[in-house]
Design a binder for this molecule. Sequence first.
Ligand code: MG
Length: 381
Amino acid sequence: MIDLYILGASGSIGRQTIDIVKRYPNKFRVVAMSLGHDLALASNLVEVVKPSLICLRNKTDFIKTNAKVCYGDEGLLEIASYKASSNEAVLVNALVGSSGLKPTIRAIECGKNIALANKETLVMAGDIINSLVKKYKVKLHPIDSEHNAIWQCIKGEKKAQIKRLIITASGGSFRDKTREELENVTKADALKHPNWSMGAKITIDSATMMNKGFEVIEAHHLFNMPYDKISTILHKESIVHSLVEYNDLSIKALLGTPDMRLPILYALSYPNHLKIKDLNSLILEGKTLSFAKLDEKRYPLLKAAYDSGIKGGLYPTVLNASNEAAVKLFLEDKIKFLDIEKIVFEYLSKDYSNIPYNIDNIINLDKEIQKEILEKYGDRL
Ligand code: MG
């Protein structure tokens, strides 16, 4: 039995993790989870899962439960430190944005393995997380579908024989629009992702291609690959989840239906491929797979991610913080779609090269930049 501690249980990845847990009652159980603002949903999830510790957003939030209740950011840390039994413990981090960083660190320090959907953790502090993973001898398993695919493609292979990683991108909700047509797109347009059903933030990040940029940085840290060995490719069908090219030019790809439950299951049961009922096999007959170049001019934030990753230090934190605040403003109808990248470039153009790379500076700079952007642009309407 593996004990799961889920952060962000009310979100898309959190709920799909609970769906997986319900299918394997003898393998997994959820012992603690954090929930979002929707208290009716939180109440339903707690009733189904029956965890012994839950975290609600605010002290004023209330649901009927026998579980111990904790609150807010402190509560996330409490879940990360909590130990329900001597079973193997896995923290499933499905939080959105920079809030995922501190609890990941705490969970590693407490000896928990990590199943990571919160890519911002690695974007901001990948080198620190990697050294903590080594120090505390825990495992870090990627849930993000592209990285989960690469992880499967490199199983049993030697790293030195990998020529490059190829991360696929569906192109997001605006893939067929020109840059001119992006001037006046709305929040509702942006939230219609053609292939994946995901939370609001990541759907916007997909439309700007920031998500793919984050995934490049995430891959760099997860697989210890230099940036010149990580490439991206447009693949509209979301069937090939990523590929790995080897020195002998052979390419391995991982195919599957676009259903996040598959990478979640593999992240929880690695190195095994468990039988899964009631989900349909991918039918390849009649399908066409297409691949095209991802244009850096069309998606400048993708290039910004490579540049920030290569610069290293605090630059990926600046990239993430400015994007996170800008996306929040866009989702509140306070700025236009193309303002997101304008704000990110405004902040990336400043000099952060003399700030030492450590957790305190990462967390402080993240807060400072987000606060400044929300204040500066938040009431322009
Ligand atoms: Mg992904």
